[in-house]
Design a protein around this ligand. Structure first.
Ligand code: 5GP
Ligand code: 5GP
Ligand code: 5GP
Length: 208
């Protein structure tokens, strides 16, 4: 019997608010499929260890192959659009996410399974609905971090982690929301460890 270290312990499922990706000094570019809907988009599904570290770029031989996910492309363009410049069809973003993160969960999820799992998690976690039901709207106003977290915990059942970035005037704003998922990609779980990084007590929720 040879003990083997585990591939990874859980996933972070990370969604980004497009208004906050764009409302920065650097700005953004819409994909060539057009301006995405004013909704959270997927950033990635990231294998992680319980000690807070994470594996990356685990299998250079398993490169991104669009043909393996052809049935998912239109759903991905809606729910996983790239806002980086220059404008693109988002393929580079998905390639990066697969090669950096997805290859580290290849023992449990095929390439198709990885993207399909992320899309299905997105379908199960309507963050915008959770926030707007609590009166937290993408209207450029500021909201308390605690109220944002409680609205999501109340609607989804699990404690999120909020990542902030800063707009061109230096205001802290709601950029990304992290939820944790078991290492099969099946169910949300309470996060074994939270990421690091500061938000203000009150953060802006910009429009998109
Ligand atoms: P940043 O340094 O901007 O927070 O993150 C840059 C990139 O590092 C992210 O897009 C992601 O690929 C990776 N990353 C950052 N923090 C974490 C983390 O806590 N877990 C994992 N798995 N990846 C992370
Ligand atoms: P990470 O390493 O943080 O997982 O992924 C970020 C990489 O994907 C960066 O190289 C970034 O330029 C690229 N990227 C392309 N489109 C997007 C997008 O819409 N949002 C984010 N956060 N990164 C994007
Ligand atoms: P507590 O554990 O008391 O909720 O928070 C400890 C510290 O972490 C406080 O400074 C609080 O503002 C910060 N914090 C709590 N939750 C989050 C979050 O989701 N995102 C970020 N960036 N900071 C948080």
């Amino acid at each position: 019997y040879v003990s083997q270290s585990q591939d990874f312990d859980f996933f972070y499922f990370v969604q980004q608010w497009p208004g906050s990706y764009c409302d920065t000094k650097q700005s953004c570019c819409y994909p060539n499929t057009g301006k995405p809907a004013a909704n959270f988009g997927i950033h990635g599904l990231w294998p992680n260890y319980e000690n807070g570290s994470y594996p990356s770029n685990c299998d250079p031989s398993n490169s991104f192959n669009q043909a393996k996910i052809s049935d998912l492309i239109s759903n991905m363009q809606k729910n996983w659009p790239s806002l980086a410049c220059p404008s693109s069809n988002s393929i580079q973003f998905w390639t990066h996410e697969w090669e950096k993160h997805g290859t580290c969960s290849e023992s449990v999820l095929s390439q198709h399974g990885y993207f399909d799992t992320a899309l299905s998690l997105k379908g199960k976690t309507n963050l915008l609905e959770a926030l707007t039901s609590a009166g937290i709207n993408p209207d450029g106003n500021s909201y308390s971090l605690v109220n944002i977290k409680n609205a999501i915990k109340g609607a989804i059942g699990y404690t999120p982690w909020i990542e902030c970035n800063v707009d061109a005037s230096g205001n802290s704003q709601l950029y990304q929301i992290y939820l944790c998922v078991d290492n099969f990609g099946s169910d949300l779980i309470e996060c074994p460890v939270f990421p690091k990084g500061k938000c203000g007590l009150e953060i802006e929720f910009p429009s998109f």
